[in-house]
Design a protein around this ligand. Structure first.
Ligand SMILES: Cc1cc2nc3c(=O)[nH]c(=O)nc-3n(C[C@H](O)[C@H](O)[C@H](O)COP(=O)(O)OP(=O)(O)OC[C@H]3O[C@@H](n4cnc5c(N)ncnc54)[C@H](O)[C@@H]3O)c2cc1C
Length: 292
């Protein structure tokens, strides 16, 4: 029996990952699954976990650097409708773990939920944002979250929160689990006013962020009160490049990859920046981007 027998209709071998990430390079996944139901997801995750094989989730791939060697084990993408629905009920929203942030923001603004409009223009999924502990001006996603439905590696479904506890109290228990859906609650505000604020933010931010057609990634978390971009600039690193991978000029906390870029070049640039900031400023930057 093969590792994926019974799962062939939603699982394949040697699936390219580059086009599923914002950096658009990297190798293939040994096995790749796009389950269509929670039951299919639970069965395939359980099968690989029982064999002690790694199981990884890919959202929109906007916080991932995929190495040039094959990614062993299983990579799962929650792109099916079962994982991307958005339901609104009064001041509450239930958002599928695979839902794109852009859909979540549009839906929240349309239904007069105050807060998510601040995320305008940010790539990613809600599952990736929670898992990556997203940091963003005027946004603390955790303050919106009431509970999270997740799947453990043994295929068991669990609900975190729902008891009035702050999200930060159970965030660490999400490690290693698949985020299936997130219940959130918001203050209400007029949709037209939210739309105007969102449009203004979009115009301001466009100048400082790599545009959607550029292969890019966000590198380091901010350090205490200091922005990682300011620290990188203070260390004299603006404009630094390793072959086809460089720091984005308007904000050097982004990597930009030209055609022909490799994961090795990106890793070298990240290490160069990290080491130089530490040597010159005595600050150890924490990496935001996940490396597979
Ligand atoms: C142009 C640009 C600007 C950005 N700006 C910022 C910024 O200002 N601040 C910031 O913090 N980040 C920023 N990022 C990074 C990125 O947008 C966020 O981290 C985003 O929330 C990641 O979501 P994703 O779905 O793309 O996650 P992915 O990159 O697909 O995955 C990231 C991690 O989350 C895990 N994951 C994804 N989905 C799930 C799930 N359903 N269940 C469990 N684990 C899951 C993955 O396994 C992986 O470990 C930026 C990226 C780009 C390209």
């Amino acid at each position: 029996m093969s590792l994926i027998s019974g799962f062939e209709h939603f699982t394949c071998e040697n699936h390219p990952l580059a086009s599923l990430t914002s950096l658009r390079f990297g190798a293939v996944a040994e096995y790749f699954a796009e389950p269509t139901t929670v039951q299919e997801l639970a069965s395939v995750v359980k099968r690989f976990s029982e064999q002690d094989l790694p199981v990884r989730i890919i959202g929109a791939g906007s916080n991932l650097l995929i190495r040039d060697e094959k990614v062993g084990g299983l990579v799962v993408q929650l792109s099916a409708p079962a994982f991307t629905s958005i339901d609104v009920d009064g001041t509450k929203m239930t958002v599928g773990g695979g839902s794109r942030l852009s859909h979540f923001v549009a839906s929240a603004v349309r239904d007069g939920m105050s807060g998510p409009h601040n995320l305008v223009g940010l790539p990613g999924t809600i599952g990736g944002a929670l898992y990556s502990d997203l940091e963003f001006p005027n946004v603390d996603v955790g303050t919106w979250v009431r509970s999270v439905e997740a799947l453990k590696r043994d295929g068991e479904r669990v609900t975190h929160g729902g008891d009035g506890e702050a999200f930060s109290h159970y965030q660490s228990s999400l490690q290693g689990q698949v985020i299936l859906s997130v219940d959130m609650e918001f203050e209400k505000e007029e949709s037209a006013a939210l739309t105007k604020r969102m449009q203004k933010l979009w115009i301001i931010r466009r100048a400082k962020r790599p545009p959607a057609d550029v292969n890019a990634a966000y590198i380091f978390r901010n350090h205490g009160g200091e922005s990682a971009a300011d620290l990188i600039e203070a260390a004299g690193l603006k404009g630094t490049a390793v072959d086809s991978v460089s720091l984005f000029d308007p904000d050097p906390n982004y990597l930009v990859a030209e055609a022909g870029a490799t994961a090795q070049q990106a890793v070298e640039l990240i290490e160069l920046v990290s080491n130089t900031v530490e040597q010159k400023l005595d600050v150890k930057l924490e990496r935001a981007i996940q490396i597979w």
